[in-house]
Write a protein that binds this ligand. Structure first.
Ligand code: IPM
Ligand code: MG
Length: 359
């Protein structure tokens, strides 16, 4: 097939992990006979430096035309402007909103061979397979803001429609998996959470009677994620809770550097749909430029793009298997504390590519 992919390396370790992901993608394209055109564009701090905008028009236009968009990371200590529009993160938030990417899928699946990398006891990790579905274009991230020296305000707002569409995405996934959905809110305190809970309860009763529904308050959910991670199947939650809980969940897998994500819009009934794919880790300024970042989350994000935007399931599975075989074989970057030999970003990418080319 022919497809156009936009690569947005961004800031910090973004360009480093993107370089590895590009190598993997070109191997996949060669092996499976696809013609992929890669266009690189600016976003975040890199874009601010060059153009004065965190999301330049040229970048947004290219993303709108693309079959899939890959993003490394945005942000860093260099860009701390009090004006929100002059911060790298606003580029990413604008992109998510402009493309209508309301559904953020973050799979959390610890490998047996990686249990030693998690601070949790191994017996808690066996069988853990969680899909966190984070609402991505609403809530406190996007409400009105006022910012003064002595008082500041962030409005948290959700509509029935916004809750409905994300719950449907999560419930459909649960139906294809173990048939269990956990909805996370703070309905004992927040009005938006009471709407969230009421709408979720109704949608599930009306449209998904075959999927079991559990409601958890977010503070309890944070605890249960550690206490009984094996009991979760699909977890659906609002924007900020999903941001926080997925950083926590990454510790089940061993490192933030391992986790991918897919941000999707409405599918309109198509198997192929536009999406933005990024690791859940940030720009990691403390290790940027050293070439030691873990590229696995970025490469796993490529796999998610192959699956969800290009409809290439075989290629996606091959990529995921290559990552698993590399890790099973003991390949470790510095974030995965281990006595074994530590690989740098490029070497880790090569180890994954070796498993792709060896069959
Ligand atoms: C994430 C990141 C972003 C978010 C930042 C960089 C704006 O933490 O994708 O999890 O908060 O959504
Ligand atoms: Mg985050």
């Amino acid at each position: 097939m022919k497809a156009t992919i936009v690569a947005l390396p961004g800031d910090g370790i973004g360009p480093e992990v993107m370089a590895s992901a590009m190598e993997v993608l070109s191997v996949i394209a060669d092996q499976f006979g696809h013609e992929l055109t890669i266009q690189q564009h600016l976003i975040g701090g890199a874009a601010l430096d060059e153009t004065g905008q965190a999301l330049p028009t040229a970048t947004l236009d290219a993303c709108r035309q693309a079959d899939g968009v890959l993003l490394g990371a945005v942000g860093g200590p260099k860009w701390q402007d009090p004006d929100i529009n002059k911060r790298p993160e606003s580029g990413l938030l604008q992109l998510r909103a402009a493309l209508g990417l309301f559904a953020n899928l973050r799979p959390v699946v610890p490998l047996n061979s990686m249990h030693d990398a998690s601070p949790l006891k191994s017996d808690r990790l066996t069988g853990v397979d969680i899909m966190v579905v984070r609402e991505l274009t609403g809530g406190i991230y996007f409400g009105d803001k006022t910012e003064g020296v002595d008082v500041a305000e962030d409005v948290c707002r959700y509509t029935r429609e916004e809750v409905t569409r994300i719950v449907r995405v999560a419930a459909e996934l649960a139906r294809q998996r173990k048939g269990h959905l956990t909805s996370v809110d703070k309905s004992n305190v927040l009005a938006t959470s009471r709407l969230w809970r009421a709408v979720t309860t109704q949608i599930m009763a009306d449209e998904f009677p075959d999927v079991t529904l559990e409601h958890l308050l977010v503070d309890a959910a944070a605890m249960h994620l550690i206490a009984r991670p094996g009991n979760f199947d699909v977890m659906v939650t609002e924007n900020m809770f999903g941001d926080i809980l997925t950083d926590e969940a990454s510790m089940l897998v061993g490192s933030m550097g391992l986790l991918p994500s897919a941000s999707l819009g409405a599918d309109g009934g198509n198997a192929r749909r536009a999406g933005l794919y990024e690791p859940i880790h940030g720009s990691a300024p403390d290790i940027a430029g050293k070439g030691i970042a873990n590229p696995c989350g970025m490469i796993a994000s490529v796999a998610m793009m192959l699956r969800h935007s290009l409809g290439l399931e075989k290629e996606a599975a091959a990529t995921e298997l290559a990552i698993k075989l590399a890790l099973d074989g003991g390949a470790r970057t510095a974030d995965l504390a281990s006595s074994r030999q530590t690989l740098n970003t490029q070497q880790m990418g090569q180890r994954i590519i070796r498993h792709l080319t060896d069959g």
